[in-house]
Design a protein around this ligand. Structure first.
Ligand SMILES: NC(=O)c1ccc[n+]([C@@H]2O[C@H](COP(=O)([O-])OP(=O)(O)OC[C@H]3O[C@@H](n4cnc5c(N)ncnc54)[C@H](OP(=O)(O)O)[C@@H]3O)[C@@H](O)[C@H]2O)c1
Length: 286
């Protein structure tokens, strides 16, 4: 049995659907990462074969005002899971983020796993510190991914594709950031890759994102093109958008380490992944 934290969320929910009866989903309110004793007790009772840690404090902008809460969940919570995984001798998979790579847009080569990190902002720093805690247990996988979109969980805050569709249908012109380069990724593709890595026994850090690179503006334009929605959309800069937390200007991830596994699940180009999501959506996924 595999314990999946964040099972009501976008990513953990998909893992649980894929694993079926092999999964034990853990999430708030019954399972709170900030309650270390409760976490220890629950996992010691369950004695899972592996822990996939997909729960996180994910409100990137709110984290700037709630650093203690963000660190309690993302850092201390991960440390507790690493301690329990060590006691049980089981692998721990930590889902991390492209946000560990801050820097500026003068970067132009996709980041490799061993590249120096530069996390900017509370959320990014907490996720990186979480990586260090997870990595303290030797049987760890750290999987960095980016811009996830997939079926939403009951409490999920939403995803970029759904937000664009909702705003686009309101008929007002949209202004979307065009100076952050990354690779939005489709949850089922990343989830399949995570489950593959878990059975590989090859511990370490992996970058797992769809292929290619884009900006949020270009991604939004492609969403509307594929849906044949006529939406006026204007590119703006990160500074014009004015979000509270900093965002990486270039966080494209190099996936060649993952692709060394000849039989690993495919990570299609982001445009094809988007098409798959929109088709699933059309079929009534939600
Ligand atoms: N979404 C992205 O674009 C993205 C990109 C790169 C990496 N990631 C990483 O991928 C993972 C999954 O993201 P996601 O999109 O699935 O996020 P999500 O939909 O926000 O799911 C996160 C889940 O964690 C739960 N959680 C929050 N605080 C908790 C606590 N104290 N104890 C136990 N559970 C708690 C949340 O519950 P509540 O909803 O009730 O708070 C939620 O169900 C996270 O580690 C995130 O950092 C996400």
């Amino acid at each position: 049995m595999i314990a999946v934290t964040g099972s009501n969320g976008q990513f953990g929910g998909e893992l649980c659907r894929r694993l079926g009866e092999a999964a034990i989903g853990l999430d708030l309110p019954d399972f709170d990462l900030t309650d270390a004793d409760g976490v220890r007790q629950r996992l010691s009772e369950l004695r899972p074969e592996a822990i996939i840690h997909a729960a996180a404090y994910t409100a990137v902008d709110r984290a700037e005002d709630e650093p203690d809460r963000c660190f309690a969940v993302n850092v201390a919570g991960t440390a507790t899971l690493a301690e329990v995984a060590r006691q049980l001798g089981c692998p721990l998979v930590y889902i991390s983020t492209d946000y560990v790579f801050g820097g500026d847009a003068t970067d132009s080569e996709p980041h490799r796993e061993e590249d120096a990190v530069f996390p900017q902002g509370v959320y990014a720093r907490s996720k990186y510190e979480g990586e260090l805690r997870a990595g303290a247990w030797e049987k760890h996988y750290i999987v960095r991914t980016c811009g996830l979109y997939g079926r939403l969980g009951p409490c999920s805050p939403g995803n970029f594709v759904e937000t664009m569709i909702r705003l686009g249908k309101q008929g007002r012109p949209l202004r979307v950031v065009d100076d952050q380069w990354c690779t939005p990724s489709y949850v089922p593709h990343v989830a399949a890759a995570v489950l593959y890595l878990l059975q590989s026994g090859m511990y370490g850090t992996f970058h797992v994102v769809n292929g290619g690179a884009t900006t949020w503006y270009r991604f939004a334009r492609e969403i509307f093109r594929q849906l044949a929605l006529d939406v006026k959309i204007e590119p703006i800069t990160t500074a014009e958008y004015g979000a509270k937390a900093p965002r990486p200007a270039f966080s494209v991830l190099d996936t060649s380490k993952y692709h060394r596994f000849a039989d690993a699940p495919a990570l299609p180009h982001w445009k094809d992944a988007l098409k798959e999501y929109l088709q699933e959506r059309e079929r009534g996924m939600r």
